[in-house]
Design a protein around this ligand. Structure first.
Ligand SMILES: NC(=O)c1ccc[n+]([C@@H]2O[C@H](COP(=O)([O-])OP(=O)(O)OC[C@H]3O[C@@H](n4cnc5c(N)ncnc54)[C@H](OP(=O)(O)O)[C@@H]3O)[C@@H](O)[C@H]2O)c1
Length: 275
């Protein structure tokens, strides 16, 4: 079956589900083949802004019934109770369950859903909200190639995708792409504050920091050059950029960034143990 003809059920219709649904609609997925369950009438209304024909419901079982792909898009804290309350899929129905919940391991999902289900765990990130996300996927052995492809189709609606075989790497993925957007926001925040300190009006400082971050991101996305080559291309010897890079290229700076990523990875490992 072509992916566009898949029936996709969403359990949870919050930010991430909305982002994926908008991407699916943009990709030409028929709205009536999407069904979204959320207890909040306002969230359900918001989902309809992505496509008036999307089926919305307050009942999770309705979203799961007849779905080829079930996207579990609720907060990690309630995933256990939500799955426990789901009706067992009807005989003959074997959807692939796709969880986007941070920190919920495949083992936990298998325990909650029962053995034998095709399960794909995905770590998305916030830029999915604008179709520029990065999602990393890992699947159980019970997941067929076709079902992997279906999960990738769903994740791909919100940006780039990549697969890993070893779920243990998901903690490092979380530290890099899951938490990563916040690192870039912090760097831009610091640049904006420095711009103000150097006397630029607040509005201009804000605009310069944001547009520079956005522009650099786009150049990275659209260029074939490696990052160090891109940096070299704007760093002429003896110039202003070289003066700044000379300060930043300090082993302490790299060590701080490394410590930050390790802290995120270790926290992810810790949260995984309690999930
Ligand atoms: N946002 C991110 O940047 C990001 C990044 C990586 C991973 N994730 C993962 O994505 C998942 C969803 O995150 P989100 O940001 O989209 O959260 P969210 O906006 O809070 O969405 C979760 C939705 O689930 C609804 N819900 C609550 N109880 C439910 C139930 N019993 N049955 C069905 N739906 C229920 C919530 O409704 P109420 O509002 O009424 O509670 C809400 O609309 C999370 O597990 C998170 O870990 C998010």
């Amino acid at each position: 079956m072509a992916n566009r003809n898949l029936t996709i059920g969403f359990v949870g219709g919050g930010h991430m589900a909305h982002a994926i649904i908008c991407g699916l609609i943009r990709a030409g997925h028929a709205a009536e083949r999407l069904c979204v369950a959320d207890p909040d009438p306002q969230q359900r209304e918001r989902i309809l802004t992505a496509g008036a024909q999307i089926r919305i419901t307050g009942d999770n079982d309705t979203a799961v019934a007849n779905a080829d792909v079930v996207v579990l898009a609720v907060k990690p804290q309630i995933m256990g109770s939500v799955i426990a309350a789901l009706a067992t899929p009807a005989a003959g129905q074997s959807p692939v369950f796709v969880s986007i919940a941070a920190g919920i391991t495949i083992d936990t999902l298998q325990r909650l859903l029962g053995n034998g289900h095709a399960i794909v765990r995905i770590m998305p990130n916030q830029p999915a909200l604008v179709g520029a996300g990065m999602s990393v996927l890992v699947a159980t052995p019970a997941t067929s190639d076709a079902q992997r492809n279906q999960a990738q189709y769903v994740a791909g609606a919100a940006g780039d995708t990549a697969w890993i075989d070893d779920e243990a790497l998901m903690d490092a993925v979380t530290a890099v792409s899951g938490s990563g957007p916040a690192y870039f926001y912090l760097f831009m925040e610091i640049i904006e504050a420095c711009a103000r300190d150097m006397g630029l009006p607040a509005d201009l400082a804000r605009q310069l920091a944001r547009q520079t971050g956005y522009g650099a991101g786009r150049v990275v996305a659209e260029s074939d050059l490696e990052l160090d080559a891109l940096r070299a291309s704007v760093t002429s010897k003896g110039g202003t950029t070289a003066a700044a890079i000379g300060v930043l290229e300090n082993p302490e700076f790299r060590a701080i960034v490394a410590r930050a990523l390790l802290a995120a990875r270790d926290r992810s490992i810790e949260l995984g143990k309690t999930s």
